[in-house]
Design a protein around this ligand. Structure first.
Ligand SMILES: *Cc1c(COP(=O)(O)O)cnc(C)c1O
Length: 411
């Protein structure tokens, strides 16, 4: 997308606003499927939680993608977007047996990552096949909060507990149709990922009725110029070879599944904010924008980097700015960034704003959540209205406190 197109969107739809480029999403989807073209059955299940707007889900549906969901509401959203239950996998963590049963009733694929739940579910529904989320205990991940493969992680069933799984399967006569892992975000080293895949193949051999092996996600995308990203093409080549060899040994062409979020939508998204004020202190020049961590929490939450550019003055002289929000708490988007000269009223564009940005937005400070726009076929489509005061007040219930005077009268 061009800067003047973005600027026009900020003018037409107001700010702050999220903008997603459909073409980029399609490009990433095709890049991934192409990297694994040597695998006979490939399934990409887009991780809904990254960006869950129904129009984005519909776009993925047109591409032939399935979806990965982590809550019953995401399952319902997927169904509403037109996915068939078979195209949906439910991979929750820490939810009640009840919620899993509800999803199973809707006919979606079930992924279980807890021995206690597995036993209860298998006992009650032995005829419903389930996939098992394994924790291979491989440390892969850029940030401690998003590395889910390590030994003390709450995710998955430990590979050391495989005998327990086998005992439950034998006792309940349930069917295990898939083996899954999701080791966490930001895989920088393909060898680490391949090593985890070996563990998964070893595990898979112990289950005789598999239809698929799901390698989760964790593909890293570049956040700035020269940033490392997962080399999908190399991973595709190496993992496909291993997978095909495994299928031969297993005696069945299984489906190779992935469930990326960030890889598919991060770079498609841009977040546009307007500069309310420039504040010069003795040490810093602050650009104060009409947003905050209520709309984009990643920098404050996990120290993520988002490139910030001034699309109102792209040719201006570069100066250093600390870009901050309007929340009454520290909410820094970027420290001492070199940005083309900013004037009050300019529109700043945050990059990599497709994944875990709008989907993590809140109403903190009683602010409206932003509008969302999809750029599709060279046209801007509003896909979510900006909230209004009604959205803030709607579910609140007022107690009618008697005034002091009335209380005295009652006495
Ligand atoms: C969040 C999540 C994903 C997506 O991870 P990305 O890093 O966005 O690709 C995939 N699978 C599961 C189970 C998840 O919880």
């Amino acid at each position: 997308m061009l800067e003047n197109q973005l600027l026009k969107i900020a003018q037409d739809f107001g700010s702050p606003v999220y903008v997603y480029d459909a073409e980029k999403i399609e490009y990433q989807y095709k890049r991934l499927t192409n990297a694994f073209k040597n695998v006979k059955h490939l399934k990409i299940n887009y991780a809904v939680k990254a960006l869950s707007n129904i129009s984005i889900l519909k776009l993925f549906n047109t591409l032939g993608s399935g979806i990965d969901t982590v809550s019953i509401q995401e399952v319902q959203l997927g169904l509403a977007a037109g996915f068939t239950p078979e195209q949906i996998i439910f991979t929750p963590n820490g939810v009640s047996l009840n919620e899993i049963e509800e999803a199973a009733k809707l006919g979606v694929k079930i992924n279980i990552d807890n021995l206690s739940i597995l036993e209860q579910f298998g006992t009650k529904h032995p005829k419903t096949p389930v996939c098992i989320r394994i924790n291979p205990h491989v440390m892969a991940g850029g940030n401690a909060n998003i590395s889910v493969g390590h030994i003390d992680s709450k995710f998955g069933i430990s590979i050391h507990q495989i005998p327990h799984i086998l005992r439950i399967v034998e006792n309940t006569k349930m069917t295990i149709n898939g083996i899954h892992m999701h080791t966490g975000s930001d895989i920088l080293d393909i060898e680490v990922f391949l090593y985890a895949s070996e563990i998964l193949f070893e595990t898979a051999k112990q289950f005789k009725n598999l239809d698929f092996i799901d390698f989760g996600s964790g593909f890293k995308v570049p956040y700035k110029l020269g940033d490392i990203e997962t080399n999908i093409e190399e991973l595709g080549e190496k993992l496909s070879a291993k997978f095909n060899a495994f299928c031969k040994e297993y005696g069945k062409d299984l489906t190779l599944a992935f469930e990326p979020g960030k890889f598919l939508v991060s770079e498609s998204g841009r977040f546009l904010t307007k500069v309310n004020a420039i504040k010069q202190t003795t040490s810093t020049v602050f650009a104060q924008v009409d947003s905050g961590f209520n709309h984009l929490i990643r920098p404050m939450f996990y120290g993520s980097h988002h490139d910030i550019i001034n699309i109102s003055n792209p040719k201006g002289r570069e100066r250093f700015y600390t870009v901050v929000g309007y929340i009454c708490e520290t909410d820094t988007f970027g420290n001492n960034r070199r940005i083309n000269e900013i004037n009050e009223g300019d529109v700043l564009c945050f990059k990599n704003a497709g994944a875990y940005c709008f989907s993590m937005a809140s109403n903190y400070n009683s602010r409206f959540r932003p509008a969302e726009v999809l750029w599709y076929n060279n046209e801007a489509h509003l896909i979510r209205k900006r909230e209004t005061f009604d959205d803030i007040i709607n579910n609140q219930i007022e107690v009618n406190f008697a005034s002091k005077k009335e209380k005295q009268l009652v006495k």
